[in-house]
Design a protein around this ligand. Structure first.
Ligand SMILES: C[S@@+](CC[C@H](N)C(=O)[O-])C[C@H]1O[C@@H](n2cnc3c(N)ncnc32)[C@H](O)[C@@H]1O
Length: 477
């Protein structure tokens, strides 16, 4: 631990005991917005089901990926990644080749992650592969597992999964109880690895990042480049500030956030969660007043068995609301089927029907309506209907600005999409405005050096050049 703390202190952070939270990561110097607090490669990582075979197992790049010719499971983007993983994969490869087709099917991403973790630990202990002060087995051993709080049913699942791991690695003398601990550790310490546009592509265990506690009003953000974790400050953080990220989607009500956090065995006490009456929740899940001229929000009052508008007192029959909601559910199923079969025209018209019903049912700030607008944006983009796409993109940006803090990657990414659509529609000045706003946010959350950011900055330059060309042509003629 001393070596670990020494390595951290050179990065301007330390691990400290935080009342009510166990350990936490604390700054030992000032950090400004956009500064990288931690950058770390995973101790172990595995692509998710949708990305297996499409991304490199070593770096998660999706370019030039080829399968290992022996096991046909592991994938690499080139000789450098294959070589860097070879000592570990050599052992894994033999185990995979020996597996029957039936057993190969059991190799889920979580099992794969634990196999990687066990092999790295063993090879580091045998000094076959190097360990470092910030990426070694002692740090994994010291991670919180909450094993004593895990319920009976979950323990049975962990035991079954441990058994599967031992079937994949029969040549190792594995302690099944210890493997169950790994699964429990992963459940409260592993992070979902997302691509730059925040689509999940895998899971990884990062020993320093695992020291960071959660807040629903975080001061930092975790973004990945490939499978390398980057934690950046999203606000000014003076020395002695606890680094806080969000483990969950923060655009949801307190009840939903607390329920999602149960997997981590704590109750969040951030400023949002401490509010006894959260006005934002009322709007996020609220219904529209039956009088459409009224902007109030209706809440279900059980004693009156009706939804009552909090502004004008108008009542809405609970049974009628339930009937409309079940109609929306049926339409949603129809839309999902249309999406999965690639029938985007039908999906678009079904989401339009949902939007119409929801506009009459929910308050305009409702998360349900936001989801429908996100779906309509996706479908219009699939159909290359750029005008509709622009309408829905702008609507979602307005909603994101209500539900997220000003510096949030989701707002930056949506502004970037908006800029791209405006550019396609030849609305150059609008595109410049959207790209500029996107860059202002994303240079804080994503930094400036990744290919993704270079692409955004190049698009902004191109739009500016086009605008000044148009401007100068107008002056000339
Ligand atoms: C990824 S670890 C973070 C480091 C951890 N505190 C430790 O001591 O190892 C996640 C665990 O930290 C604790 N934790 C994280 N955020 C918390 C919070 N806001 N309040 C209380 N406990 C928290 C929970 O025990 C959770 O399962």
């Amino acid at each position: 631990m001393e070596e670990f703390q020494r390595a951290l202190s050179s990065r301007g952070v330390t691990v400290a005991s935080i009342p009510g939270k166990g350990r936490g990561l604390v700054t030992t110097r000032d950090f400004s917005p956009g500064e990288v607090i931690i950058c770390q490669e995973p101790y172990a990582s595995a692509p998710n089901k949708a990305s297996v075979g499409l991304v490199c197992d070593a770096c998660f790049s999706s370019k030039h990926v080829k399968k290992c010719s022996a096991c046909r499971v592991a994938c690499y983007c080139g000789p450098a990644c294959q070589k860097s993983e070879w000592k570990l994969h050599q052992v894994e490869c033999k185990a995979l080749v020996a597996l029957s087709d039936e057993r190969r099917k059991m190799l889920t991403p979580t099992i794969h992650l634990v196999v990687q973790l066990i092999l790295r630990a063993k090879l580091q202990q045998d000094q076959v592969i190097p360990a470092s002060e910030t990426n070694n087995y002692d740090l994994i051993k010291a991670l919180e597992s909450h094993m004593s709080a895990v319920g009976e049913d979950q323990l049975v699942v962990y035991a079954q999964m441990a058994n599967l791991v031992s079937l994949v690695l029969p040549s190792l003398d594995l302690d099944l109880k210890e493997i169950s601990y790994y699964f429990s550790k992963l459940s409260c310490n592993a992070h979902t690895i997302c691509d730059t546009e925040l689509r999940p592509i895998g899971t990884g265990l990062f020993p320093i990042v695992s020291m960071i506690n959660h807040s629903c009003v975080p001061n930092s953000v975790l973004i990945f480049e490939g499978n390398v974790a980057h934690v950046r400050a999203t606000e000014s953080m003076p020395k002695n500030t606890e680094v806080l990220i969000s483990y969950i989607e923060t655009a949801s009500t307190k009840e939903k956030r607390q329920s999602e956090l149960r997997q981590y065995f704590f109750t969040c006490t951030c400023s949002r969660c401490l509010k006894s009456y959260a006005e934002e929740d009322v709007y996020l899940e609220g219904y529209r007043c039956s009088d459409h001229k009224c902007t109030g929000v209706s809440l279900f009052l059980s004693d009156q068995r009706a939804f009552i508008c909090q502004q004008c007192g108008a009542a809405r029959d609970a049974l009628e609301v339930e009937r409309i909601k079940s109609g929306v559910m049926q339409l949603s199923e129809k839309a999902s089927t249309a999406v999965s079969t690639g029938n985007y025209t039908e999906a678009y018209s079904t989401y339009k029907a949902i939007e119409q019903v929801e506009c009459n049912l929910y308050h305009p700030f409702s998360l349900n309506l936001l989801k429908t607008h996100e779906n309509l944006l996706k479908m219009s983009m699939e159909l290359k209907d750029w005008k509709s796409a622009l309408t829905y993109c702008r609507l979602t940006i307005e909603a994101y600005q209500r539900v997220y803090p000003a510096i949030h990657p989701m707002i930056g990414l949506q502004l970037y999409t908006c800029g791209k659509i405006e550019w396609l529609l030849e609305c150059t000045d609008d595109a410049i405005r959207s790209y500029t706003k996107a860059a202002d946010i994303l240079r804080i959350t994503h930094g400036t050096t990744s290919p993704f950011m270079r692409e955004l900055l190049a698009s902004l330059e191109e739009a500016r050049a086009e605008a000044s060309y148009k401007h100068s042509s107008r002056e000339r003629f």
